[in-house]
Design a protein. Structure first.
Length: 267
């Protein structure tokens, strides 16, 4: 299993909830562009706290089904309880990952992942496994963040230092911070008739979601210090800058570019 650098602590669940909220509209657009329809049987790989899985369940309706898959046992338990609470009868969750799971090949109409590939050391293998899960004529789709640039205005030194730390941890985990821009090519190389689009999320500091940068920093702190990417004093300075930045109502952060790629498995 590849290492998920953001871990699974309570703050990470909070961050995932914010992320799901700010990305919801664009992810819904991705699913529609990729051809999601009523009655489809879907799998959401790396489902996290399940927001995309529940979105898919609503889109495919009672005649469709959704399987959520994640390597983190804690988030799968969270998803199962949520499904029970919401009486979502067309959705199930399982512990597993894209390389190692009990899912049956050639059994899904729609195979999806969001923000998964940046955490994988072997994205080509992962895509091959996703294609195996799809039926002939089924859709494989992904959304992925490209961490080549995070933009803030007025410029925040803390924001750029956080990006550098995040990228540094990805590289230490043998992952590629630029994999998003490469997915279209990977889809084509895998024999998929691929389509591609790109968008970015703008977060004004006047919004509650502005805290996400601070949360990322706090979540990453142990690994950043352990890896020697920053000293304690430098980290505290970065965190103070991020906290101060959230109080600037005229400021904004433009998060990593997000690529949406989708294509059909040949019949």
């Amino acid at each position: 299993m590849d290492k998920y650098i953001l871990g699974s602590a309570k703050k990470e669940l909070e961050r995932l909830k914010i992320q799901s909220a700010v990305f919801a509209r664009e992810t819904l657009q991705t699913l529609k562009l990729a051809g999601i329809k009523k009655g489809m049987h879907c799998v959401d790989i790396g489902c996290g706290i399940g927001d995309v899985s529940f979105m898919l369940a609503e889109l495919v309706g009672k005649d469709g089904s959704v399987t959520g898959l994640d390597a983190n046992k804690d988030v799968i338990e969270f998803c199962k309880k949520r499904a029970e609470k919401e009486n979502a009868t067309n959705i199930k969750f399982f512990v597993g990952n894209v390389y190692d799971n009990t899912l049956k090949n050639n059994s899904f109409d729609f195979v999806f992942s969001r923000f998964l590939f940046q955490h994988l050391a072997d994205p080509r293998k992962a895509l091959r496994e996703m294609i195996k899960l799809a039926r002939n004529g089924g859709v494989i789709a992904a959304e992925e963040n490209d961490h080549g640039m995070w933009l803030s205005y007025p410029p925040s030194s803390g924001y750029e230092k956080l990006r550098n730390a995040y990228v540094g941890l990805l590289r230490l985990a043998k992952c590629d911070e630029l994999v998003a821009r490469k997915l279209y090519s990977l889809f084509l190389d895998a024999g998929l008739n691929a389509n591609v689009g790109v968008y970015s999320i703008c977060i004004p500091m006047s919004k509650p979601s502005s805290i996400v940068g601070v949360l990322i920093a706090e979540i990453l702190k142990p690994k950043v210090l352990e890896a020697g990417l920053m000293a304690e004093k430098e980290f505290r300075s970065m965190l103070a800058d991020l906290q101060s930045y959230t109080k600037k109502n005229n400021a904004l952060a433009l998060y990593a570019l997000t690529f949406r790629v989708w294509g059909k498995k040949h019949r």
